[in-house]
Design a protein around this ligand. Structure first.
Ligand code: OGA
Ligand code: NI
Length: 337
């Protein structure tokens, strides 16, 4: 029910019980590394082989990187953030109409992660949209704010182009043809999560989004330029991804880990919340076509490394992902060969 939404409440007193994690599962914010960060890659560089090498290195060591000079117009980025923030400030009645906790819905406003399954709540509301093909989905998107459809559809097309460019760099870095991943992944779906993390009375006790890996192929995240919150797991420690204005944070999802036969890593990440600042992020997910067969390229198994995962369809994987808890073991473990 819509009264579950956090963004309909203007002031939160103390943190409700359902959000309080047991001692052993809390974020331990004072142990987070603040100065380590993930690599930043300049996509405006004319040196293609250097860019390919930087992407390959980031994908195999961090599974995460930021990109600048990425070609998505800055004006569109600013408009996207502005319309997202305006959306979550709409009156409660307006938001209530869009509420659903059914993960199968192609447009819904929801809260936490999957309240039908989870034991503890996350301090987050999110608007989830299917975005490809646009003609099919845009008519069903929110028409309030009035610029929503126009801004978000323009943003989605640009981000999709950037995603394909990155898939090209990733393919080349694996010694494959530039269009290899795009071809295997088929007619890719594109989903968006507009995440809203309100100010939280006790950030030490809960998460905006608990640790998870992304089940799709590639994720491009726009984060609030002024408020940190995303953290990435590396060598047993949590690293803060410091926001850079107008940059995208890119991460490898489970399907690229499988398709690279484990060379590229879909790593655990999480979002934490702040006492005095709300935070918005916009995640765009490139998702294999449901019938895409996920199986590593011959080239990556021929060199003596056996296939790490059995082949499966994305449809099979995605169903498995949503039937579990977010912080169970890595979902790919269930597909080991
Ligand atoms: C996600 C995600 C991180 C963030 O939506 O999958 O990891 O900072 N979001 O909002
Ligand atoms: Ni994620």
């Amino acid at each position: 029910m819509a009264d579950q939404l956090l963004s309909t409440v203007t002031h939160h007193g103390s943190l409700p019980e359902t959000y309080v994690r047991p001692e052993s599962q809390r974020p331990r914010l004072n142990e987070v590394l603040r100065d380590a960060d993930v690599p930043t890659i300049d996509l405006g560089s004319p040196d293609l082989s250097q860019t390919v090498a930087q992407v390959a290195d980031a994908c195999s060591t961090y599974g995460f990187f930021q990109v600048v000079n990425h070609g998505v117009p800055i004006e569109l980025i600013l408009k996207m953030m502005a319309v997202a923030s305006e959306f979550f400030r709409l009156p409660s009645e307006e938001k209530a109409k869009l509420y659903s906790d059914d993960p199968a819905k192609k447009m819904r406003l929801s809260t936490s992660f999957n309240i039908r399954k989870e034991k503890f709540r996350n301090w987050r509301d999110y608007l989830r949209l299917h975005c490809y093909p646009l003609e099919e989905f845009v008519p069903g998107w929110p028409s309030n704010p009035s610029s929503f459809k126009e801004v978000v559809s323009g943003y989605c097309s640009e981000v999709r182009q950037l995603g394909f460019r990155l898939l090209g760099l990733i393919s080349i870095g694996l010694g494959l043809k530039e269009d290899y991943m795009a071809t295997v992944l088929g007619e890719q779906e594109q989903h968006m999560a507009v995440n809203y993390y309100p100010k939280c009375p006790s950030p030490e006790l809960t998460y905006g989004l608990q640790a998870h890996t992304d089940p799709n192929a590639l994720t491009l995240l726009l984060q609030d330029p002024d408020v940190a919150g995303l953290q990435v797991r590396k060598d047993g420690k949590w690293i803060a991804v410091n926001p850079q204005p107008n940059a995208f944070v890119v991460n490898i999802g489970d399907q690229l880990q499988a398709l690279s036969n484990g060379r590229y890593r879909s790593v655990w990440h999480r979002a934490v919340v702040n006492v005095d600042k709300e935070r918005i992020s916009v995640a765009s997910f490139l998702c294999p076509c449901n019938s895409a067969i996920i199986s590593p390229p011959e080239k990556l198994v021929a060199d003596g490394s056996p296939a790490m995962y059995r082949s499966y369809t994305y449809d099979e994987y995605y169903k498995k992902f949503w039937s579990r808890n977010l912080d169970d073991e890595h979902c790919l473990q269930l597909f080991r060969s």
